[in-house]
Design a protein around this ligand. Structure first.
Ligand code: ZN
Length: 332
């Protein structure tokens, strides 16, 4: 048993309280390799932002959860080396699928876990989330629950249709489970293909697809039920068209990739939404940079020569999100 506090990590409690009060959101960036982690740490240090490092099931399968845990410990040391005296870094399990997975992460030093029982019948979701909360709180680890179903595909998580969170259920869920934050469904979606072209409207000026707007009325109703309670948005990549264009220009084939417009996320960040998950956008930034470098320098075979530019590109993206979308800069 390793407690996250000995690793220099923090849980989400104070971070979220400040974010809700201050009208900004904490970035939750997924990571599964070194370049990505370096980019996240550099971006958060340079912007003086707290940050949540998220590990999904796909990341654990790909990179090994023990190794990822040590990388997060290394991230704290690296942030200090870069000049941040008191980094606020959370190591969070994204979409924990069982009590056992959550327990194993808590036991090895994660400071926060999500238990995703959103696909279960309501009472089963309550019981499972409560069980995880009871275990986690013994070690001061914070827990994110989820109500409502997001559409889209991301690693092992997938659903055909979304179901908005029912505002009339949230008080009962939070009271019965004791969870510290709640992921809700208001129209965001996992992955880079969030909406079908039929769900979108065509922007006459740019000729690009515009997704249906987020259900801010549902968010407002939830906030009214749970004043000041930390709310989480999953599936909140914006799928920058420049990156999709770069990928396609250099041999890729991404058709009809559509994300959540940044203005809408900016608006959400000012509400009780205090954690916004971003994964696909960094994948796109990385892939665009790798494709471009390899296309322009076909003789290159040193991975550092194409992963280096990819890392720079990801750092730029993270800094842009922190400063221009979430507003979590200058908070350390
Ligand atoms: Zn998610």
């Amino acid at each position: 048993m390793i407690n996250y506090k000995t690793l220099g990590l923090v849980n989400t409690r104070d971070m979220f309280a400040k974010a809700v009060k201050g009208g900004y959101a904490i970035p939750a960036f997924n990571f599964n390799n070194m370049e990505q982690l370096q980019a996240i740490v550099k971006a958060s240090v340079e912007t003086k932002s707290p940050v949540i490092l998220q590990v999904s099931k796909g990341a654990r399968d790909y990179a090994n959860q023990t190794l990822l845990r040590y990388m997060a410990e290394g991230a704290v040391a690296y942030a200090k080396e870069l000049g941040c005296e008191k980094p606020e870094i959370v190591l969070h399990l994204d979409h924990g699928d069982s009590f056992e997975t959550c327990k194993s992460c808590i036991d090895m030093g994660f400071s926060s876990v999500m238990i995703d029982g959103s696909h279960l019948p309501y009472e089963e979701n309550v019981a499972l989330t409560k069980k995880v909360v009871e275990y986690a709180h013994q070690f001061d680890v914070t827990v994110e629950g989820e109500l409502g179903v997001l559409a889209g595909v991301e690693d092992e998580v997938s659903a055909e249709e979304s179901h908005y969170t029912k505002p009339e259920e949230v008080v009962d869920f939070v009271t019965k489970t004791g969870c510290d934050s709640l992921a809700i469904s208001i129209g965001t979606s996992h992955g880079a293909y969030k909406f079908t072209p039929e769900q979108c409207t065509l922007d006459p000026e740019t000729g690009r697809l515009l997704p249906p707007p987020l259900a801010f009325d549902v968010l407002a109703a939830i906030e009214k039920e749970l004043p000041g309670f930390p709310i989480v948005l999953h599936g909140s990549s914006s799928v920058p068209q420049e990156d999709v264009d770069t990928i396609n220009k250099y041999g890729g084939k991404m058709v009809a990739a559509v994300g959540i417009p940044e203005e809408q996320l900016r608006k959400a960040a000012k509400s009780a939404v205090c954690k916004i998950n971003i994964d696909s956008d960094s994948r796109l930034a990385m892939t665009a940079a790798v494709r471009k470098t390899l296309a322009e320098k076909p003789g290159e075979f040193d991975p550092r020569k194409y992963l280096g530019p990819a890392r720079e590109s990801m750092q730029k993206l993270y800094m842009h999100k922190i400063i221009n979308v979430l507003g979590s800069n200058d908070r350390l």
